[in-house]
Design a protein around this ligand. Structure first.
Ligand code: FE2
Ligand code: FE2
Length: 375
C-alpha cells in the first residue's frame, strides 16, 4: 500500500519547487493545479494550499477542494489566502491554518506537521521518512537480488533520506527508529548506513563522497539475499560449512551489483571487500594494507561496530563503550586513525544504546569472524 502523501495544491509556479522539496523531506508530495482533473496517487496525509488569488476565486478554489476531498478532511495549511477570507473558506475543512503569502516553504511544512502531530518535531518526521524510504528500497532490493539484478536507480532514491535524517535528526534519533525494524538484515543495513553517513559527515567529506559512502553502505550486504534463510537466521552457532556459505555473501553481492548495470566502482569494491582486514586475515581475497582502500576501511569500522551493538540470539549486545574497545583492540586489522575518528563521531550520541531492541534473531558476520564476539 502506498505511503500517505502531502497534497500540494498550487497556482504559484514560482515557488512550488521549493515547497515540493521541503515537503519531500517528510513524505511523498503530489502536486495538483487548481481545477485540474482530480486524481490522488496515494492517501492524503495533509494538504498545502498555496494560492495567491483575489477574494472571489479563493473562495471558489477552497470550495472546489472541499468537494473533492469529501468527507475525509485531512489537516490543511492555506498559504496566500487573504486574511479574513481563508478562515471562512476553510471552515468546511476542519483543521486548517492560514499563513502569510510569503511564508517560507520550511515554515509552511513545519506548520502542517504541527497540525498532524503536535508532539513530534520536524526531525522526528525526517528521520522516520528516511528510515521508511530506505527500508522500502532495501526490501525491494533484497527481493529482486534473490534471483536476479537489482534496480540501482532505486538505490539512489535512498541516499538523500538517510543523509537528511542523520543531518537533521542525528545518529541517536536514527537508531531509535532503526531498532523498530523487525527484519534484522534490513535493520543492520539501515544501522550501517546511518553510522557511515554520520561518520562521513563528521569527517567533513564532500557531499559527493558522503553520497558515495551512503550508497556503498546501503548495498554492502546485498549478497545475503542469496544466503539460505536457515543459515542467515540460524539461532545457534554456525558450523564451518555454514560459515563458509555465509562468507560467500561478499562475492555474491559483488556479482549481483555487476549484473545490475553500471554501478559505482566504490560500491562494488566495498561490497566485495568489506570483510577484508589490513593484516590480510579477512575474506574473500585476503587483501592487506594498501590494497584495502579508504572507503573499505571506513565501512568496515562501521560494519563491525554495528554488528557489535546489535543483539543476536547467540550473544548479548555491546554497549557503545564496549564496542569501541573491541574496535581499538582490532587496530592492526582496522585502521587506527579511522577507529579513533569514529570514536569521536559517535561519542556524543551514546544515549541511545540503553534502548536496544529486546530480541534478536540474526547475525552479521563482522565481529563474529574477527573480534571477541567470534562464534
Ligand atoms: Fe557483510
Ligand atoms: Fe554488514
Amino acid at each position: 500500500m502506498k505511503q500517505p502523501a502531502i497534497l500540494l495544491v498550487t497556482d504559484r509556479q514560482d515557488r512550488s519547487q521549493c515547497l515540493i522539496e521541503a515537503a519531500q523531506c517528510i513524505a511523498d508530495c503530489q502536486v495538483l493545479a487548481i481545477n485540474q482533473p482530480w486524481y490522488l496517487a496515494a492517501p492524503v496525509l495533509g494538504i498545502i494550499v498555496d494560492v495567491r488569488l483575489e477574494q472571489p476565486r479563493t473562495r471558489s478554489c477552497l470550495s472546489w477542494l472541499a468537494q473533492q476531498i469529501g468527507a475525509h478532511r485531512p489537516p490543511a495549511i492555506l498559504v496566500g489566502c487573504m486574511p479574513g477570507v481563508a478562515a471562512p473558506g476553510a471552515r468546511p475543512w476542519g483543521t486548517a491554518v492560514s499563513l502569510a503569502t510569503d511564508a517560507e516553504p520550511r515554515t509552511v511544512v513545519a506548520a502542517l506537521l504541527r497540525l498532524l502531530d503536535p508532539q513530534a518535531s520536524v526531525a522526528d518526521w525526517i528521520v522516520r521518512r528516511g528510515a521508511t524510504r530506505s527500508a522500502n528500497l532495501l526490501r525491494a532490493m533484497f527481493r529482486s537480488a534473490e534471483a536476479g539484478a537489482v534496480d540501482l536507480a532505486a538505490v539512489e532514491d535512498g541516499l538523500e533520506p538517510v543523509m537528511n535524517a542523520i543531518r537533521e535528526g542525528g545518529l541517536t534519533h536514527w537508531l531509535d527508529v532503526v531498532w523498530e525494524h523487525d527484519d534484522i538484515t534490513f535493520q543492520h543495513c539501515l544501522l550501517v548506513s546511518g553510522l557511515v553517513s554520520a561518520f562521513a559527515q563528521s569527517l567533513g567529506l564532500s557531499r559527493a563522497d558522503q553520497l558515495t559512502m551512503a550508497r556503498a553502505a546501503l548495498v554492502h550486504d546485498v549478497g545475503k539475499a542469496r544466503i539460505p534463510h536457515a543459515i542467515l537466521n540460524k539461532p545457534g552457532k554456525l558450523d564451518p560449512d555454514e560459515m563458509a556459505v555465509m562468507r560467500t555473501h561478499a562475492v555474491l553481492g559483488y556479482d549481483i551489483l555487476r549484473a545490475s548495470g553500471t554501478c559505482d566502482p566504490i560500491a562494488l569494491a566495498v561490497t566485495r571487500h568489506h570483510h577484508e582486514m589490513l593484516d590480510g586475515s579477512g575474506y574473500p581475497n585476503g587483501l592487506s594494507s594498501e590494497a584495502v582502500s579508504d572507503p573499505i576501511r571506513l565501512l568496515t569500522v562501521c560494519d563491525i561496530y554495528a554488528a557489535l551493538i546489535e543483539r543476536r540470539s547467540y550473544k548479548a549486545s555491546f554497549s557503545s563503550d564496549e564496542a569501541m574497545r573491541v574496535l581499538q583492540n582490532m587496530v592492526g586489522k582496522l585502521d587506527g586513525a579511522l577507529v579513533q575518528a569514529f570514536g569521536i563521531a559517535v561519542s556524543s550520541r551514546n544515549g541511545c544504546w540503553s534502548r536496544l531492541p529486546p530480541v534478536s534473531r540474526t547475525r552479521d558476520e563482522g565481529p563474529a569472524d574477527f573480534g571477541p564476539a567470534e562464534r
